[in-house]
Design a protein around this ligand. Structure first.
Ligand code: F6P
Length: 486
């Protein structure tokens, strides 16, 4: 089988380069080994005068990496617009933040169609396509329109919310109906999968039997594949990282003080404001913890051109300054707040240095930082993971200290509990989490999905008409009836 993996963001596999986002970091080692072609955005744009989509192709492990310049006229509407100002807030249950124009939706569909055309050059008779994430919900349908009959799978790295929230996304019916061109749709958790199937049954009024939907596209299976990490490799990275200059400088600077660590993209779904407030509350309620514990919060900027992200950046900077101003001393800074990215190797060392890992998103598909924090710990003296119940990872890592990220005082109390936890309890909880990480590895996730994808094609024949009430906006013809953007 010739596997073609597609995601918006890709990683070039340079060990010491900072990586943004869990998807690219997680996929890199498995894609490298599998010999797949990984296709994604180059981060650059091009105007529409070129007939062929431009891709820079380079070797990646046993396979290749193809980075595509996306169409300049549609990139903003696709990435900052529909993907990250309509789908992202909705998928994270923030319907109040949905902002999208009709042009954004059209740009999103144009980029999906553009990607489908670009993929044709990587297609072979025994190809299978595996599309990643919400940037490409309609890519399967576009590939089918171009005559692709090979297996096409899709995995959603984010949560899938309740129907009422998805109903707030403009053109949701058309878009989700297009998703049914996929043979297999994978989710992080049972709840995500159930929410999706509830939408299919209630909004599209399609029959679902044992997780299989029958539509005009044939059959689509929806199933759960929780993404993992390579815990042994991460543990080795962490053990080796002690001598890295960033890690050793951090250790020296602590002077016996204990450290809590948070590592997130600067995103409203990550619950950063509540987290900083929880530390504020902890130092207020337990003054003995002043100078005894500080927080290292790495918040890597992303999607800065979107208003909600710009606002959050300003709000957080102010909040951190206020909290440091209230609790700090001439020789003690409570929160070290960094707006930049670090390589996996450095992060592993930072996680191992911290006695508490704080992962408190308001909503999160999985959150691989939680898993990486656990894997990075010293088995003889492991730290404590404080984990939001709304992260997908909480389903597996149930011996972490589970918190409600909306309950600021509750989080403050849990942080104090984490800092006081005796070694025997820390080891017991950590062992139980490591056990899970060793079973549900990234390699297993990859293998399980590919196996399920290969099993799906057998019966894609039964066809029923969709229930779509709005006139479809897609496929679009230009005003003069001519071809779409190339
Ligand atoms: O699952 C969400 C995701 O695709 C992750 O890969 C990553 O956390 C993030 O979104 C990447 O965001 P961006 O590429 O917009 O910085």
């Amino acid at each position: 089988m010739n596997l073609v993996v597609v995601s918006n963001r890709v990683s070039r596999g340079k060990a010491n380069e900072p990586m943004t986002g869990g998807l690219a970091a997680a996929l890199l080692p498995v894609v490298e080994k599998s010999g797949a072609i990984w296709v994604g955005s180059s981060g650059r744009v091009r105007d529409g005068s070129h007939k062929e989509p431009f891709a820079e192709v380079e070797a990646l492990g046993a396979g290749a990496l193809a980075m595509l310049d996306l169409p300049a006229a549609h990139y903003g509407g696709y990435y900052e617009g529909f993907a990250n100002s309509a789908l992202w807030p909705a998928l994270h249950s923030r319907a109040d933040l949905i902002r999208a124009s009709q042009e954004d939706y059209v740009s999103y569909r144009e980029v999906n169609a553009f990607m489908a055309r670009a993929l044709l050059r990587f297609q072979k008779p025994d190809s299978a396509f595996w599309i990643q994430d919400y940037h490409f919900l309609a890519l399967g349908a576009e590939l089918r329109d171009l005559g692709i009959t090979q297996p096409i799978g899709f995995f959603l790295h984010t949560p899938w919310p309740a129907r009422a929230v998805i109903d707030g996304v403009p053109h949701h019916r058309e878009l989700i109906e297009a998703m049914l061109a996929y043979d297999l749709i994978g989710f992080q958790t049972e709840e995500d999968c159930e929410n999706f199937l509830a939408y299919i049954k209630c909004d599209l009024q399609l029959a679902v039997r044992n997780g299989v939907v029958t539509s005009r596209h044939g059959k689509t299976r929806a199933a759960v594949f929780p993404i993992g990490i390579d815990p042994e490799k991460f543990a080795q990275l962490a053990a080796k990282a002690a001598t890295h200059p960033d890690v050793s400088r951090l250790r020296r600077s602590l002077n016996g003080e204990r450290l809590a660590i948070g590592v997130d993209r600067l995103d409203y779904s990550k619950g950063l404001v509540n987290r900083i407030k929880a530390f504020d509350s902890m130092w207020t309620q337990h003054p003995r913890l002043k100078r005894a514990v500080s927080l290292l919060q790495i918040a890597t900027p992303s999607r800065g051109a979107i208003e909600a992200y710009g606002n959050l950046q300003g709000e957080l900077a102010k909040l951190v300054t206020d909290v440091n101003g209230i609790h700090g001393e001439v020789d003690w800074t409570p929160i070290r707040y960094l707006n930049k990215g670090y390589s996996q190797a450095v992060l592993a060392g930072l996680y191992r240095t911290a006695q508490v890992g704080v992962v408190t998103p308001l909503q999160d598909g999985m959150n691989l930082v939680a898993k990486e924090y656990v894997a990075a710990q010293n088995p003889a003296d492991p730290g404590v993971l404080v984990l939001s119940k709304f992260a997908g990872a909480a389903n597996e890592l149930d011996t972490a200290l589970i918190v409600n990220p909306h309950d600021i005082d509750g989080m403050a109390r849990t942080l104090a509990t984490a800092l006081a936890m005796p070694l025997t309890e820390r080891r017991m909880r950590w062992e139980a989490m490591m056990e899970k990480l060793r079973v549900h590895t990234i390699q297993q996730w990859f293998a399980d999905f590919i196996e399920a994808l290969q099993d799906t094609q057998a019966d894609r024949i039964e066809v029923v008409e969709p229930v779509i009430t709005d006139p479809p906006l897609w496929p679009r013809q230009s005003a003069d009836g001519g071809a779409r953007y190339h």
